[in-house]
Design a protein around this ligand. Structure first.
Ligand SMILES: Nc1ncnc2c1ncn2[C@@H]1O[C@H](COP(=O)(O)OP(=O)(O)O)[C@@H](O)[C@H]1O
Ligand SMILES: [Mg+2]
Length: 236
């Protein structure tokens, strides 16, 4: 496999084509962004930690029967993945209230839902990722009803697998964001799962161990990511 041209430079990762048209390289950079890219800082080791974290989580999910993009860990900051035709809608699963939901529904942070929620957001920084529903997805051609049903089913399955994985490490999986795409017609998990796009709280102290430390300027961002990685057994 040979890494070829830069295809896309996102806020946190750079995507490269390879000599295999079905595969891409994702390079995890140290760039850390918040508020739809309005604030960007470099955090030492973040690219390496998130790359290995993501590879570990996606491998666990694949073992649990979830179709994922992951092919091979290439280096500290690079992973080989299947090239997906991305669905431009993000799937968010929540077990407790935090972030935008607290503001939107006026509940207290940490409020425990009777059952997990599922939300869809259009991936569009300029519009601040507006919330959308199944009808918008169908009307604009972002995803079919069948694809959405699969994305929802996989999101809840991932919630079950990962809530248990983190619970064993004394951590609460508060919420997370997923991006799916199509690979040879099949809905497949893409992008990344890392402390950049989920919320994890320490069970005993409710200490935030995720990107909220960056958003809320709490300090010790990468130290928290590394602590989570260590507890769940990610080899760094
Ligand atoms: N397996 C994949 N195939 C194709 N595109 C992908 C894959 N995984 C992630 N992407 C896309 O690559 C980009 C990753 O870079 P990122 O820094 O997260 O970008 P962004 O600023 O758009 O969120 C995202 O746009 C994401 O949707
Ligand atoms: Mg992204």
């Amino acid at each position: 496999m040979k890494k070829l041209a830069e295809l896309y430079r996102g806020k946190a990762k750079t995507v490269y084509t390879t000599d295999n048209p079905d595969l891409l390289v994702l390079e995890f950079r140290n760039d850390t962004s918040a508020f739809d890219g309005q604030r960007i800082e470099q955090l030492d080791r973040k690219g390496m930690v998130n790359n290995k974290f993501n590879y570990f989580i996606m491998s666990q999910l694949r073992a649990a029967g979830i179709p994922t993009q992951v092919e091979k860990l290439l280096s500290d900051t690079e992973v080989l993945v299947k090239k997906l035709d991305m669905v431009p809608v993000e799937c968010v699963v929540r077990n407790r209230a935090a972030g935008s939901l607290v503001r939107r529904l006026g509940v207290e942070e940490g409020y425990i839902f009777n059952s997990p929620t599922f939300e869809l957001f259009l991936k569009n920084d300029a519009l601040h990722d507006p919330m959308v529903n199944d009808y918008h997805c169908k009307a604009f051609g972002w995803a079919t009803d069948e694809q959405l049903a699969k994305m929802k089913e996989l999101s809840f399955k991932i919630n079950t697998v990962l809530s248990e994985l983190f619970a064993k490490a004394g951590l609460i999986l508060v919420d997370f964001k997923l991006e799916f795409g199509l690979y040879k017609g099949e809905i497949t998990l893409g992008d990344e799962f890392s402390p950049d796009n989920c919320r994890l709280w320490e069970k005993e102290t409710l200490k935030k161990m995720d990107k909220d430390r960056f958003r809320q300027s709490l300090g010790g961002v990468i130290e928290a990511y590394e602590e989570v990685a260590k507890r769940i057994g990610v080899p760094l």
